[in-house]
Design a binder for this molecule. Structure first.
Ligand code: BES
Ligand code: MN
Ligand code: ZN
Length: 499
């Protein structure tokens, strides 16, 4: 959950408490920092002078002189770049939150009316600092009975000098941060708590944002002949479910953008069992579905003028007497026959039915799927980018740009007929794995491509990005919420306001 509150401070800078001003990494102070400097007898200028090398996100701190009324004065350094990348300022906002936590400060006031080379960016800078602080201070501690012991005191940040528009900008920041936090929460939930049925139930919470939610249970999936997702879930006592979330903020009848998510609530590998070491990480195998749910909330919360549908396939991949076997041939909803060589390549089976169903039912303008699909993408790209697979150059540019702008980075990977040969089966139309140790992530992608027809489509393999095992700036250890902001940005840039 998001633990700090952000708000607008109306009027003059408060005369007490902790104050934060900003400075450029070249040492320049803006008007508000200079005013504070004057009223404090040159303290701010001395902090910057004695602060050593000023780097983006560095926080200088000093006790306020007695008699000033204040407790502490902090200077937050922002890179002197024009224009300033949002992600730099968000990182700085994150390091500010961390510093305040270390200092044991509960409430503080930031003024950003300075340290900026361009006027009119003040709101953007404040918003980015607020976003960074909120995302950095997120924690998942609902199962920690001792949480009050070590939960940092930091409660609130207020922003002074924003003028008109401050409230609405901060409200937008808050709702996007909450959507990211929702995705993080879902990813971090253990699989005994979050399984297909309960995950689908959590989607219902989006109804309060005006999202229409529909849940398909196992009988309905059978009626729809979704043989692939059902095969994945058949070894589990917890049957598969599908959740469909619709936000109709665009024009009536306009085809929606579709978001499709892999929601494997736990991936043991099935009969092709994974090794024990690290298997606990596979509660995170629903990170694609979490990204879709978070994105739907973000879009609905700001009442985006677009039609967007989210479809997530929820299943648990377990070994048991009823589980599918390596060598089984199954029939997907599309009628495609699939030889299941490895039951651990289950995500593509789930998505096969989700993509086909989404295409058939919603005739979307484009489909974007998010999936923790392959270990191979981690080998290829490390934890720095998600793999992007699409035959559509235009969509590739848009997705890459939207991702870079918000820090959900992607790198394009190949598709093509040559790879399609890798999934030919001797006894069925296709098999669910490619060639050993060859282009594993692309083998997954060309498999998915079989189920998208002519719809413009992009697949994001987020196996390396859905969670992190170390703190990464504004992304604490655990579920990352990767994809939520990318989609929100992409919708704003490409699927809204064209009318
Ligand atoms: N959920 C895994 C992919 C994964 C692995 C995500 C590690 C995050 C970390 C997926 O279902 C899987 O097991 N893929 C197999 C495919 C293989 C059997 C073709 C893999 O990547 O090993
Ligand atoms: Mn697997
Ligand atoms: Zn998986």
């Amino acid at each position: 959950m998001v633990v700090i509150d952000i708000s607008v401070h109306e009027g003059e800078l408060p005369g007490s408490g902790t104050i934060i001003v900003t400075a450029g990494t070249d040492g320049t102070l803006g008007d508000a920092a200079r005013a504070l400097d004057t009223s404090l007898g040159g303290l701010v200028a001395r902090m910057v002078e004695l602060g050593g090398e000023l780097t983006n996100g560095k926080v200088l701190d000093a006790l306020a002189p007695s008699g000033s009324g204040h407790d502490r004065i902090l200077v937050l350094c922002l890179a002197n770049k024009e224009p300033k990348p949002l992600t730099d300022i968000e990182e700085a906002g994150g390091s500010l939150a961390r510093k305040l936590e270390e200092l044991g400060v509960a409430d503080a006031c930031v003024t950003t009316s300075d340290g900026l080379a361009r006027t009119g960016e003040r709101l953007d800078v404040a918003a980015a600092i607020a976003m960074g602080a909120m995302l950095r201070s997120y924690r998942f501690d609902r199962y920690r009975n001792d949480k009050d012991k070590d939960r940092p005191k930091l409660r609130s940040l207020s922003f002074a000098g924003l003028g008109d528009g401050g409230n609405s900008v901060l409200a937008a920041v808050r709702s996007q941060a909450e959507a990211v936090a929702l995705a993080r929460d879902l990813v971090s939930e253990p699989a005994n708590m979050l399984y297909p049925e309960t995950f689908a139930g959590r989607c219902r919470d989006l109804e309060k944002f005006g999202v229409e939610v529909e849940i398909l249970g196992p009988e309905k999936l059978a009626e729809l002949k979704m043989g692939a997702i059902l095969a994945v879930g058949q070894g589990s006592a917890r049957p598969p479910h599908v959740a469909i979330m619709r936000w109709n903020g665009g024009r009536d009848g306009d085809a929606p953008l579709a978001l499709v998510g892999k929601g494997v609530c736990f991936d043991t590998g099935g009969i092709s069992l994974k090794p024990a070491g690290g298997m606990e990480d596979m509660k995170w195998d629903m990170g694609g579905a979490a990204a879709v749910v978070g994105a739907m909330q973000a879009i609905a919360a700001r009442k985006a003028k677009a039609n967007v549908v989210g479809v997530i396939g929820l299943a648990e991949n377990m070994p048991s007497g009823t589980a599918q076997r390596p060598g089984d041939v199954i029939t997907a909803m599309s009628g495609t026959t699939i030889e299941v060589i490895n039951t651990d390549a289950e995500g593509r089976l789930v998505l096969a039915d989700m993509l086909w169903y989404t295409k058939e039912r919603f005739k979307p303008v484009a489909m974007l799927d998010f999936a923790t699909l392959t270990g191979a993408i981690i080998v290829a790209l490390g934890h720095e980018h998600a793999g992007l697979f699409t035959p559509d150059d235009d969509l590739a540019t848009a997705v890459t740009g939207a991702g870079a702008a918000v820090g959900d980075t992607v790198w394009r990977m190949p598709l093509g007929d040559a790879y399609d040969k890798h999934i030919k089966s001797d006894i069925a139309e296709i098999k669910n794995v490619g060639r050993a140790r060859e282009a594993g992530a692309t083998a997954g992608a060309v498999f998915l491509q079989r189920f998208v027809g002519d719809v413009p489509w992009a697949h994001l393999d987020i196996a390396a990005m859905a969670w992190t095992s170390r703190d990464k700036g504004i992304i604490p250890k655990g579920g990352t919420g990767y994809g939520v902001r990318l989609v929100d940005r992409l919708v704003a840039e490409r699927y809204e306001g064209a009318s």
